[in-house]
Ligand binder design. Structure first.
Ligand SMILES: Nc1ncnc2c1ncn2[C@@H]1O[C@H](COP(=O)(O)OP(=O)(O)OP(=O)(O)O)[C@@H](O)[C@H]1O
Length: 373
């Protein structure tokens, strides 16, 4: 496809969008390109397969990945997560729709431009580390820089910096087989960071690790994200991982996105019964913020009670109230009293009886509700 034939990149993309995806489909099977927009498009998966022999792995999906966020793609096995993320760099060719990175139409890219997209602008971290077994840790990390054409001295010095950054200093000369699973994943992470990509793509990177190491690696991602603010797209089927890491979460089912929102929106205002069931066992007080639970202050309430920020979790407010012995906490935003959370507000959240889908309160992170697709 040439640049002149390609569909335009989305014009309604968010200003800070790194990826903009609109009406994206990936259909596997015979005459796949006839499915989007046809009478078959709305059929449930089994009926679509029965009628056409096709599988819609990604079904009419639209979203932006914003600069600096951790965008989590979550869903059960077979929901379309990997296919969707592989479409972003055309490792899998989309069937239809539009797709842009930093405003540039990805579907119009020629081979050379695509190579540059995959090697320099994005980097992928996989579950099966994909390390080169005969190379040392340092050389594995330097590998991405080799294909970028940096000199040997530059490669080694940059690689050494990254090995240190992911906590592997001292292990530079080991081979992958001499490392634990968590350490191998750190090498994979350092190798991806080495090319300084605008977006890091993670495909279930930690699902083969045991729970403690997995938690450690999640902390590592949180730390790296905090330090560097790099944009990340993270696939997982694990809800607690999604809630820990995600700035926003796209919850997929049968190729479509059933809800896209912050962890608080997903847990506090599930879009439908499917999402509600998915998040049923999540301790709400650890995800929902005080901004969602608070009520307006009454006369005289401005003086008493511990101060909490609107973005504190309800769980933190419960702790503050119970320590102070006061009947309520004051919600302070930049020195201003914006609300109060008393025992009833806090218990409502724990019991799941709070109305969390009212208008976003001042100070709520990411205040406007995200599109529910
Ligand atoms: N090459 C292919 N040919 C036909 N169908 C495919 C192909 N790749 C994926 N699919 C189907 O597309 C759907 C989505 O698959 P995908 O691997 O994207 O899901 P996933 O959510 O990443 O699953 P998992 O968590 O198990 O990796 C599944 O029904 C799968 O069987």
């Amino acid at each position: 496809m040439t640049a002149t034939q390609a569909p335009e990149a989305p014009v309604d993309a968010a200003e800070d969008a790194v990826f903009s995806v609109r009406d994206l489909w990936k259909v596997f099977g015979p005459k796949a390109d006839r499915i989007p927009g046809s009478e078959y498009a709305a059929l449930p998966p089994a009926e679509l397969r029965e009628a056409t022999g096709c599988t819609a792995a990604v079904r009419d999906v639209s979203f932006d990945v914003r600069k600096g966020e951790v965008f989590v793609v979550m869903g059960l096995s077979g929901s379309g997560k990997s296919t969707l993320v592989r479409c972003l760099t055309r490792l899998i060719e989309p069937t239809s729709g539009t797709l842009a990175i930093d405003g540039e139409d990805v579907l119009a890219m020629d081979r050379a431009r695509l190579r540059e997209l995959r090697r320099h602008r994005t980097a992928m971290v996989f579950q099966h580390f994909g390390l080169l077994p005969h190379r040392t840790v340092l050389d594995n990390v330097a590998y991405g820089l080799e294909i970028q054409g940096l000199s040997k001295a530059e490669r080694r010095s940059r690689a050494a910096e990254l090995v240190e950054k992911v906590g592997l200093a001292g292990l530079e000369d080991r081979r992958p087989s001499q490392l634990s699973g968590g350490q191998q994943q750190r090498v994979g992470l350092a190798r991806a960071l080495a090319v300084d990509p605008s977006v890091l793509l993670f495909d279930e990177p930690f699902s083969a690790l045991d729970p403690l190491i997995r938690r450690e690696m999640q902390d590592e991602v949180v730390r790296l994200h905090r330090e560097e603010g790099r944009t990340m797209v993270f696939i997982t089927h694990d809800l607690s991982e999604a809630l820990r890491l995600g700035t926003r979460i796209a919850l997929m089912r049968d190729g479509g996105i059933v809800q896209l929102g912050t962890p608080e929106e997903i847990v506090g205002s599930p879009a439908d019964d499917y999402v509600a069931e998915f998040v049923r066992d999540v301790p709400r007080e650890q995800v929902l913020t005080v901004a969602t639970a608070m009520r307006p202050p009454l006369a005289g309430e401005s003086e008493r009670g511990p101060a909490v920020r609107p973005d504190a979790t309800v769980s933190a407010a419960i702790e503050a109230v119970s320590r102070s012995g006061d009947p309520a906490a004051r919600v302070m935003d930049g020195g201003r009293l914006v609300g109060v959370v008393d025992h009833a507000c806090l218990l409502d959240v724990v019991a799941g009886t709070s109305a969390t889908d009212g208008p976003a309160a001042p100070g709520t992170p990411d205040a406007p509700r995200e599109v529910t697709l």
